[in-house]
Design a protein around this ligand. Structure first.
Ligand code: G3H
Ligand code: 13P
Ligand code: ZN
Length: 286
């Protein structure tokens, strides 16, 4: 059952759990994510980035998601399909037509004013079609950006801007930067939970933490208590999938049937997603 993301996130806030938004760009990872949600009876947000749309094609990836979501067991699971880190606003109408129920506008690398303007346009479009919109304020760094953001601190979400940003854009849920970062890190910045709590009190909408792959499991509940309703996870899925392929081929070097190799990777990825659903508390909430 595909729904606007806002509906899922408000339920998570009300009942004190968080959702995972898991990234996909192919058949097997999509199966792994949806199978995990069915097995764990967990509501779910399926993330597709613009580069994944380019890789798989808009029609193919959305057809895969929609047809797996229409299978009998999956129909009972509340799901949203979200464009992750959308930047091509001119393509947003095509994404909506293809079936996305949430649009993330990532204008976090532009000036504050441009971010407000692009996010407000996204919200207007999303709401016209009764779907949801996410914005990002502050910048959740990617690998290689650490220096640019001066050890991440400069990139953190500003409290007063957050309040104004939500008022001016009407965004449904907001990605914030509190020391979180995309990818795996040996050392990471101190997470600023105090800032998270203050932002939540000011904006009163569900908050999102990107770069959640190596977010410490022990702090998930603290984040939820401070307004987080959604964690974005990609790297952990990629690692589960590709390390399973390496392991399978290491043990079965003569195997050449992609279905056997990928079925093993799919199984491992499903287990990794299921584990996250347990940690977020979304298991059993569908
Ligand atoms: O945060 C971004 C996601 O991990 C998507 O990355 O653009 O390489 O698909 P991607
Ligand atoms: P990770 O790759 O660190 O899990 O971040 C994913 C993400 O934020 C997708 O938007
Ligand atoms: Zn992200």
């Amino acid at each position: 059952m595909f729904l606007p993301a806002k509906k899922l996130l408000l339920d998570a806030r009300k009942r004190g759990y968080a959702l995972g938004a898991f990234n996909t760009g192919n058949l097997e990872i999509t199966q792994a994510i949806i199978n995990a949600a069915v097995a764990k009876k967990s509501p779910l947000i399926i993330n597709v980035s613009e580069s994944a749309i380019e890789y798989a094609s808009l029609g193919a990836i959305t057809s895969i998601i929609k047809s797996l979501g229409a299978e009998e067991a999956a129909k009972k699971i509340p799901m949203a399909i979200q464009v992750d880190h959308g930047k091509k606003i001119e393509r947003f109408p095509d994404y909506i037509k293809a079936g996305f129920t949430a649009l993330m506008m990532d204008a976090s690398r532009f000036s504050y004013e441009e971010n407000v303007s692009l996010t407000a346009k996204t919200v207007k479009l999303a709401h016209k079609y009764k779907i949801s919109a996410q914005g990002e304020l502050g910048a959740v760094p990617y690998k290689g950006e650490e220096e640019k953001f001066n050890a991440w601190e400069k990139a953190m979400t500003d409290l007063e801007q957050a309040k104004e940003f939500v008022r001016k854009t009407g965004v449904d849920y907001l990605a914030v930067a509190i020391g979180n970062a995309h990818g795996f890190y040996k050392e990471r910045a101190e997470l600023d939970f105090d800032r998270l709590e203050k932002i939540s009190k000011l904006v009163k909408i569900p908050l999102v933490l990107h770069g959640a792959s190596d977010f410490p499991d022990t702090r998930i509940k603290d984040a939820i208590a401070r307004g987080v309703a959604l964690f974005h996870i990609d790297t952990e899925i990629r690692v589960a999938f590709s390390s399973a392929i390496k392991e399978y081929l290491g043990k079965n070097p003569a195997e050449y049937d992609p279905r056997k190799i990928l079925a093993f990777a799919r199984e491992r990825t499903q287990k990794a997603v299921e584990k996250k659903m347990e940690v977020f508390g979304s298991a059993g909430m569908a």
